[in-house]
Structures are given as structure tokens and as C-alpha cells.
Design a protein around this ligand. Structure first.
Ligand SMILES: NC(=O)c1ccc[n+]([C@@H]2O[C@H](COP(=O)([O-])OP(=O)(O)OC[C@H]3O[C@@H](n4cnc5c(N)ncnc54)[C@H](OP(=O)(O)O)[C@@H]3O)[C@@H](O)[C@H]2O)c1
Length: 188
């Protein structure tokens, strides 16, 4: 099982729009149906994990965003309307144990946000940081740091251009338990 954090980011380094929406959702290519590679990633995933702030908007979505995945949420209180099958816990280490106990061999999509990515990094449980840089400038919004510790050790793994002008950059993270195939850490 790998825990894969995937983050949309504007060219000027913001992971949210000035109004707080994930960066990639502002991309016209996303609005017209381009998934920014997430469909391929989800093919290898069996679970999604995220912080409460990122999770809560899904409760009022027209469509449940994770129909085929187990869902885990880091939250000190269970948000009203949370479906019964969603696991919530306020203790990051305990939530990680539950994710590992439920795992059937697939990957885990760490949806975000920055605080929860940092929390999993601090637990030594972050395997990849995958950035999708969308061709937009926001001039404001949340950044990945300071929530994400700048000492996070990144080893470049791959990049690819995505339809619509976005670019995907994948890094494996220092101390990863499950390094990416072909990465230097996997060859030690
Ligand atoms: N660009 C992207 O791809 C992307 C992806 C996802 C989200 N986002 C954006 O990210 C923003 C939210 O990010 P965020 O970092 O502020 O929030 P977040 O990580 O989504 O959620 C934060 C919440 O998670 C819980 N949590 C996180 N770390 C914890 C810890 N160490 N111990 C205990 N609880 C912990 C807390 O819940 P409690 O308060 O209940 O204790 C905390 O308030 C949103 O604006 C969202 O749109 C962007």
C-alpha cells in the first residue's frame, strides 16, 4: 500500500483559489471533464483519506466523489450527515492504523489538504507527493507550505504533460515505506 498525496497547484504556487477551492477545480479543462490524471491514479486505489476541511464540502455535493473507495477522515468531530461507511477519527496515528488494517493491497489517495498531508508526513506515512500544476495564476489562496514542512525530502520520479495544459510532477518522499518502482529508494 502506498499513500499518495496528489495536489493541484497554480503556476504561482497556490493550492487553493483565493476563495478556498482546490486549485485544479478552477481549470477550464477540469470544468469540461478533464480529470488531470486522477482517474488513472484511482484505478490503483482502494481508499481515500483527507482532513475534515477538505471532506466537508463533499457532504453537499450532487455526486458522492468516492463511490468505489473506502473513505477515512481525520476529524475531531464527525461532521453532520457523514455517511455511515466513512471512518472518522481525531487521532492521526489511530486513523493510520485503521487504514492499514483495512488495506487489501491497493493504494490510498491522500486528497489533502496541506495540514493533513503534513500530518501523514510527520507519521512517516507519506509515500508520494504528486503535483498537478494547472496553467493559471491566482494571485492569492492557500500555499502548500508552511503547513507542509519544507524539510520533506523529495526525489523526482516522473513528469508528464496532461491534456488541457496541466503538468504532473511526481516525487517519492524521504522515508517512504513503499517507494515507487524504479525510484532510487526502491533500489537500495
Ligand atoms: N489543491 C488541491 O489539490 C487540494 C486538495 C485538497 C484540499 N485542498 C484545499 O485545502 C484546504 C484545506 O486544507 P487544510 O490543510 O486547511 O485542511 P485539511 O487538511 O483538509 O483538514 C484539516 C483538519 O483535519 C484534521 N487534522 C489535520 N491534521 C491533524 C492533526 N495532526 N491532528 C488532529 N487533527 C488533524 C483537523 O480536523 P478537526 O478540526 O476536526 O480536528 C483539521 O482541522 C481547502 O481549502 C481545500 O479546498 C486543495
Amino acid at each position: 500500500m502506498r499513500i499518495r498525496a496528489r495536489v493541484g497547484m497554480s503556476v504561482d504556487g497556490h493550492v487553493t483559489t483565493p476563495t478556498g477551492w482546490p486549485a485544479h477545480t478552477a481549470d477550464p479543462a477540469f470544468v469540461s471533464g478533464q480529470s488531470h490524471g486522477i482517474r488513472e491514479v484511482l484505478e490503483g486505489c482502494e481508499a481515500a483519506v483527507m482532513g475534515r476541511t477538505t471532506f466537508e464540502p463533499a457532504l453537499t455535493n450532487d455526486r458522492w466523489p468516492w463511490p468505489d473507495l473506502d473513505v477515512f477522515v481525520l476529524a475531531s468531530r464527525r461532521p453532520a450527515g457523514t455517511p455511515d461507511h466513512v471512518v472518522t477519527d481525531g487521532d492521526p496515528a489511530r486513523l493510520l492504523e485503521m487504514i492499514r488494517a483495512a488495506n487489501r493491497g491497493g493504494d490510498v489517495h491522500l486528497v489533502g489538504g496541506p495540514r493533513t498531508i503534513q500530518t501523514f508526513h510527520a507519521l512517516g506515512a507519506l509515500d508520494t507527493l504528486e503535483l498537478v500544476v494547472v496553467p493559471l495564476l491566482f494571485g492569492g489562496g492557500m500555499r502548500l507550505t508552511p503547513a507542509l514542512d519544507p524539510s520533506l525530502g523529495l526525489t523526482f520520479h516522473s513528469e508528464r504533460a496532461l491534456p488541457g495544459g496541466a503538468v504532473e510532477i511526481v516525487y517519492s518522499c524521504k522515508g517512504s515505506r513503499s517507494p515507487l518502482p524504479g525510484s532510487p529508494a526502491s533500489q537500495r
